[in-house]
Design a binder for this molecule. Structure first.
Ligand code: MG
Ligand code: ZN
Length: 364
């Protein structure tokens, strides 16, 4: 009898060990982590902006390919209604700060950004915007300053990081500065391939590219910018994807917000449709690549936009703006690829950083 009990105990112990070991040996968790993250921000997109674009696209949005959807609270450290600096900083660093602050706490203490952390882990990184690259949203991922308006100071920080590719406006903040410094020369000395015309994007060679396509901001999509956002984003992906350690890329459709401030429905909807068409291409890349997490969201809603009339077919949509400023309502978030399941739910904008860091597996 004693022998049988002993045998049973040994068998049970062996079974317990086997159970314990199994999850650890499958290695499933590491395989499910993305090598690359592409964060796409539509500045000023709320549910209604997205809905209007969806109706214009015949009841279609590329974001429908994302099976994981979230809602994000955007308030800043000091205001119910955030600006793009505090919201960008929240997503880039995981910390709430005051409106107007870029990559720093209200105390002025510098915060590490997801782009900088990715660089420390050997990944490549990039920024693409349809505003000046020194404007609040892209600057939040690379720069550190208590004022979003100090463009020359923000431009200096592009030389402090190892960012590989950046495309946007803001050439004047690098090359026609009040302090007389020529940061275009400095970028060239650092090895960046500098380009200033949209036509040069397709032929530009990495690994380091700085594309500055306007002294300050870029024109509207339909008034001179053409397919810049598409070309710049796909070039950035092509170049960054050469890094075997993976990459972090932030792409911003910056001007949806400006259409909202102008209460210009056509401007808002056209820029949102343009972004959605790019989402389709980015998701195609991610689908093929298999190791890329794509997160599409907004920093805040602009204009208090609602759709108040129209036809079932989606023509004659009548929009209504209730303010010329931002509003504090939840913004939508869509996630696709390895790690996307973590983005379901309702959470703070700071959690976007936490979830991206977790997805990459940093600090684990
Ligand atoms: Mg912006
Ligand atoms: Zn705004």
């Amino acid at each position: 009898m004693k022998k049988i009990i002993y045998l049973l105990a040994v068998l049970l112990f062996a079974a317990a060990c086997k159970q314990k070991q199994e999850p650890a040996t499958t290695g499933k968790q590491t395989a499910e982590k993305p090598k690359n993250i592409i964060l796409m921000i539509g500045d000023g997109i709320g549910i209604s902006q997205l809905y209007a674009a969806y109706k214009v696209k015949n009841d279609n949005t590329a974001m429908a390919r994302c099976k994981f959807v979230g809602l994000v609270n955007t308030s800043s450290a000091d205001e119910l209604i955030t600006d793009s600096a505090a919201a960008g900083t929240a997503m880039a660093t995981g910390k709430k700060t005051n409106n107007g602050h870029i990559g720093v706490l209200p105390s002025g203490e510098k915060l590490e950004t997801i782009l900088e952390i990715a660089e420390q882990h050997g990944k490549a990184s990039g920024l693409v915007a349809t505003s000046a690259i020194t404007h609040a949203t892209p600057a939040s991922f690379i720069a550190h300053h208590p004022s979003r308006h100090e463009y020359e100071a923000l431009a200096m920080d592009f030389l402090e990081t190892e960012v590989d590719v950046f495309f946007g406006g803001g050439k004047a903040h690098f090359g026609a500065r009040e302090d007389g410094l020529n940061l275009l020369d400095s970028l060239q000395n650092k090895g960046y391939n500098l380009i200033y015309n949209y036509e040069e994007i397709n032929h530009a060679r990495g690994p380091l590219i700085a594309g500055l396509f306007g002294e300050k901001h870029l024109p509207k999509h339909l008034e001179g910018r053409g397919d810049y956002l598409d070309k710049a984003s796909m070039k950035a992906i092509e170049v960054l994807d050469q890094d075997e350690d993976g990459f972090f890329l932030m792409i911003e459709s910056s001007q949806i917000d400006w259409g909202g401030h102008d209460n210009n429905q056509k401007y808002v909807v056209d820029e949102t449709v343009e972004l959605d068409n790019l989402v389709e291409k980015v998701l195609d890349f991610a689908e093929k690549n298999g190791e890329t997490l794509v997160v599409i969201t907004s920093d805040h809603e602009t204009g208090g936009f609602t759709v108040v009339d129209g036809t079932l077919k989606g023509d004659s949509l009548v929009g209504h703006f209730s303010t010329g400023h931002h509003t504090p309502v939840f913004v939508p978030l869509f996630a696709y690829g390895p790690g996307a399941e973590d983005f379901s739910g309702l959470y703070e904008n700071t959690a976007i950083f936490d979830k991206m860091v977790h997805a990459f597996g940093f600090g684990e």
